[in-house]
Design a protein around this ligand. Structure first.
Ligand SMILES: [Zn+2]
Length: 202
């Protein structure tokens, strides 16, 4: 059996590492790229490299940023009295796309998971508490997955936030997000309803 030339084989191998890309799709993409003009392929490869060299985490909320702070934290029109806590940047962008939220965010960087050995020190919990101690924030919305890990994390954060002893409104997004599905796959309408109908954590 004949083999692909090495560069083609290498590209197929790399493409197969992407989510949802199997052997056939990887081959189709590789042959497609092979037929593109050199500038087009170069633009794609530069975009891939820039993704890792130019993007870093916002010093305030840990969203992706090109500079010290992300566009959301830099935007003077955002309501600085509300912080919405999410587990990762994808979920932040999902909420942004609903267009119904105008406060700030805090990206935890995961969820507490004793099974996978993820403890509070692995997440940006201290950073969140420090932001809340500065005093401009009036409400914290916990927008975490309606899963066991999401619930566990929300309860833990609620306890830590309460312990600050500040007069903060603590809310959770309403259970309009179907149980067992993550926020990432929830549709925008469901998510914006869940945000509007948020409930106070007792
Ligand atoms: Zn930010």
């Amino acid at each position: 059996m004949a083999h692909y030339p090495d560069p083609l084989e290498r590209l197929v191998t790399e493409l197969k590492k992407l989510p949802g890309i199997g052997q056939r799709t990887a081959e189709r993409l590789a042959f497609f790229l092979l037929n593109q003009p050199e500038e087009a392929v170069r633009a794609l490869s530069e975009a891939l490299v820039e993704l890792k060299t130019k993007i870093r985490l916002c010093a305030e909320c840990f969203n992706f940023a090109e500079g010290e702070r992300c566009p959301i934290c830099l935007d003077p029109k955002r309501d600085r009295s509300i912080i919405c806590v999410v587990s990762n940047p994808q979920e932040l962008w999902k909420i942004e796309k609903t267009g119904g939220y105008h406060g700030l965010y805090h990206v935890l960087g995961g969820l507490l998971s004793p099974v996978n050995d993820v403890g509070p020190e692995d997440l940006r919990v201290q950073e969140l508490l420090r932001r809340l101690e500065r005093g401009d924030v009036k409400e914290v919305i916990l927008a975490l997955d309606p899963t066991v890990e999401g619930e566990h994390t929300a309860m833990y954060l609620a306890r830590r936030i309460r312990a600050l002893g500040r007069d903060l409104k603590l809310t959770r997004i309403a259970q309009g997000v179907p149980i067992g599905r993550d926020l990432e796959t929830a549709d925008e309408l469901t998510l914006s309803r869940a945000l509007e109908g948020r409930v106070t954590v007792e």
